[in-house]
Design a protein around this ligand. Structure first.
Ligand code: SF4
Ligand code: ZN
Length: 128
């Protein structure tokens, strides 16, 4: 008898790479970088991480990695709603609290620098 796992057993899941997911990954990167720089985390002695050529602190880098993973594995893929209005909400409590803090800070500060992104805010509904 074969010991090869079936497709179901392997639970093959491809990562989300569509335009909406990519756009939301960019949005969350911009917001976390804005938050990190605005709070001068690196100047406060936090250790450094590199994200697409931009230096941010390690903690913010970890939050960004976490948010990107959630998006890459989002069960709704390209049909997702905004994370703030999601019926499932896949974030753990700590990261959810952290991302809400980031969104509260960065959202209003992006109205002029990134108006389109602000309009399509991926975390709409999550800042209250
Ligand atoms: S919160 Fe909902 S919409 Fe956002 S990544 Fe998780 S499952 Fe997808
Ligand atoms: Zn930071």
């Amino acid at each position: 008898m074969s010991t090869e796992p079936t497709t179901n057993q392997r639970q093959v899941r491809t990562l989300n790479v569509g335009p909406r997911i990519s756009r939301e990954k960019t949005t969350v990167r911009i917001m976390i970088v804005k938050y990190c720089k605005g709070h001068e985390h690196l100047g406060a002695g936090r250790s450094k991480a590199e994200v697409e050529g931009q230096a941010i602190c390690r903690e913010c880098g970890e939050l960004l990695t976490y948010a990107w993973k959630r998006l890459e594995h989002c069960r709704f893929g390209e049909n997702k709603t905004t994370c703030g209005r999601c019926p499932v909400h896949c974030y753990k409590a700590d990261q959810r609290s952290e991302i809400k803090t980031v969104m509260r800070y960065a959202g209003p500060r992006m109205i002029w620098s990134h108006p389109l992104i602000t309009l399509r805010h991926m975390f709409d509904g999550m800042t209250s």
